[in-house]
Design a protein around this ligand. Structure first.
Ligand SMILES: [Zn+2]
Length: 163
């Protein structure tokens, strides 16, 4: 019996550790995003970190319009690397459409990323869940809503809700 309880406790500690690690990496993505202002405007100041074996291997944030989005900036640092064991943490849903720059959701798929943790859904009428769907259709595990209240505060003034 006591052994069973011990196992349950260990299991709970493991879950808590995983949860803590997920929030830790999302915080790192939030800090990246805060570096984007004001150069990124009118695009939202998104942040991204790429993680492999619990280590951050690349970082990115929204560059000037027409230049890298957060995900593209991070991916560009790993040009010749296999990414099938890499997890992306992004504060905002990756873009699904080709705007001034290519779609970040497609870029993540193309590079073979394993999992994506997303802070909040992008309310932009051209995205709004389409980026998540694109990732999931490609077989990528996507988790949405990590530290969403904090990210909402950071990004809300810069998000596009309608045309
Ligand atoms: Zn993008």
């Amino acid at each position: 019996m006591s052994e069973f309880i011990l196992q349950l406790d260990l299991y709970r500690i493991l879950i808590m550790m995983k949860q803590g690690a997920i929030e830790h990496f999302m915080w790192e993505a939030i800090y990246e995003g805060r570096k984007a202002l004001p150069e990124c405007l009118p695009n939202p100041p998104v942040g991204c970190v790429l993680v492999e074996d619990d280590n951050i291997i690349a970082r990115g944030y929204t560059n000037k319009p027409g230049q890298h989005h957060a995900e593209a900036m991070a991916l560009s640092q790993l040009k010749h690397q296999e990414l099938t064991n890499v997890i992306a943490f992004v504060t905002l849903e990756p873009c699904s459409f080709y705007g001034r720059t290519p779609s970040c959701a497609k870029a993540l798929v193309k590079r073979g990323i394993k999992e994506v943790y997303v802070g909040i859904i992008d309310p932009h009428p051209k995205n709004n869940g389409a980026g998540i769907m694109l990732l999931r259709k490609a077989g990528i595990q996507v988790y949405v809503g990590i530290l969403s209240e904090i990210i909402q505060q950071d990004l809300k003034p810069y998000l596009v809700f309608e045309y």
